[in-house]
Design a protein around this ligand. Structure first.
Ligand SMILES: Nc1nc2c(ncn2[C@@H]2O[C@H](COP(=O)(O)OP(=O)(O)O)[C@@H](O)[C@H]2O)c(=O)[nH]1
Ligand SMILES: [Mg+2]
Length: 329
């Protein structure tokens, strides 16, 4: 059975509406499916639904893999992503990807300590950027030094797996069949084995998906903007008792105190500060107690650093989006 070299799906020419379709009469090795062809050549956007993908990935990895590099970008560090990381039972390292978006003010040593103590990470932690080509070679060196010949690249959708793989493959080979990359989640459908050279095989994987987020909509424009392109500019606002924030008019946060809120979310997302307005969004509400210097994590988006203790109210369609943690700075 031939697989698409872009997304790993088994190729078929029977059903146009199912994944893996190719209009070609003859299916051969080394082919892209129609969906990958359109993403690669026309930048077409597709939302692909993959059922039970998280447990599919974990059970396969725990059976087959010997070593895993798990990518999480700075804005997606949360109990949900790290719990998934902890479910991987084979030898693994954590890669904080998209290093280029992390504001210069963030102290990396402190961040590493935070990951170790707050999230109980005991493995090696790397920082890496494919876009700016930072630390990609040191990752490769680590694999060589530790005699790791086969590595599975895992991570949530959009953490940068496929771009990293194309980068590494491109370092060793002039002409590469690129795996398909896009800013829309679920582009990679199944595991794809890529033999980089005699000493290194890399396996791309479908991304883990958040259980409940905006990502599962077909709002391409929003999904594009959630994904930070440049380094983050933290946005700080002072608040009073009657101050509220609206993120993209769909998440509301009532500050309820004299305080300071700094947003670490993509620069392209809209934040409005409003006063005395209680009728903006009346969806699910919860109250959250914030301790001194804590973060309100909004899963899939980033986090808000809140300086002083307070009780805030949050409103959103999906109330499971939020969690509170101690800050790492
Ligand atoms: N800023 C930045 N963006 C990146 C980097 N690597 C990937 N991206 C972007 O993140 C999105 C998802 O990348 P992709 O490699 O397809 O992620 P995957 O879903 O994990 O395979 C794309 O829009 C990429 O351009 C990086 O190092 N820095
Ligand atoms: Mg991918």
């Amino acid at each position: 059975m031939s697989k698409c070299i872009g997304c790993g799906v088994i190729l078929q020419n029977k059903d146009k509406n199912k994944v893996g379709y190719t209009p070609k009469e003859k299916i051969t090795n080394n082919m892209y499916c129609e969906r990958c062809f359109k993403i690669n050549n026309y930048n077409t956007k597709f939302i692909t639904k993959l059922d039970n993908i998280n447990s599919y990935i974990i059970s396969n990895i725990n059976k087959k893999a010997k070593y895993v590099l798990f990518l999480i970008d700075y804005l997606n560090i949360s109990t949900e992503t790290i719990n998934t990381y902890h479910q991987i039972k084979v030898k693994k390292s954590l890669v904080i990807s998209k290093l280029d978006i992390i504001p210069k003010s963030i102290n990396k040593e402190k961040l590493i300590n935070f990951l170790k103590t707050n999230y109980n990470i005991q493995d090696e932690i790397f920082f890496q950027s494919t876009k700016k080509n930072l630390n990609t070679l040191s990752l490769i060196n680590y694999l060589e030094t530790n005699n790791i010949k086969e590595v599975y690249i895992l991570g949530y959708a959009n953490s940068g797996k496929s771009n990293l793989i194309n980068k590494i493959n491109g370092i060793y080979n002039d002409k590469v069949n690129k795996v398909t990359t896009s800013s829309i989640p679920n582009t990679t459908i199944d595991f794809i084995k890529i033999k980089v050279n005699d000493n290194l095989t890399i396996i791309d994987s479908p991304g883990f998906v958040y259980e409940n987020t905006i990502y599962q909509s077909n709002e391409y424009d929003l999904i594009e903007r959630i994904n930070p392109k440049k380094f983050l500019k933290p946005r700080t606002f002072q608040t009073k008792k009657n101050t509220s924030f609206l993120i993209e008019d769909r998440i509301r946060i009532d500050a309820n105190s004299l305080n300071s809120f700094t947003f670490y979310i993509s620069n392209e997302l809209d934040i409005k500060r409003v006063f005395n307005n209680n009728s903006l969004l009346e969806e699910n509400t919860i109250s959250l107690d914030i301790l001194n210097n804590s973060d309100l994590v909004i899963k899939g988006l980033g986090f808000i650093n809140i300086k002083k203790p307070c009780t805030i109210k949050v409103y959103a369609k999906d109330i499971n989006l939020f969690e509170v943690r101690k800050s790492h700075f």
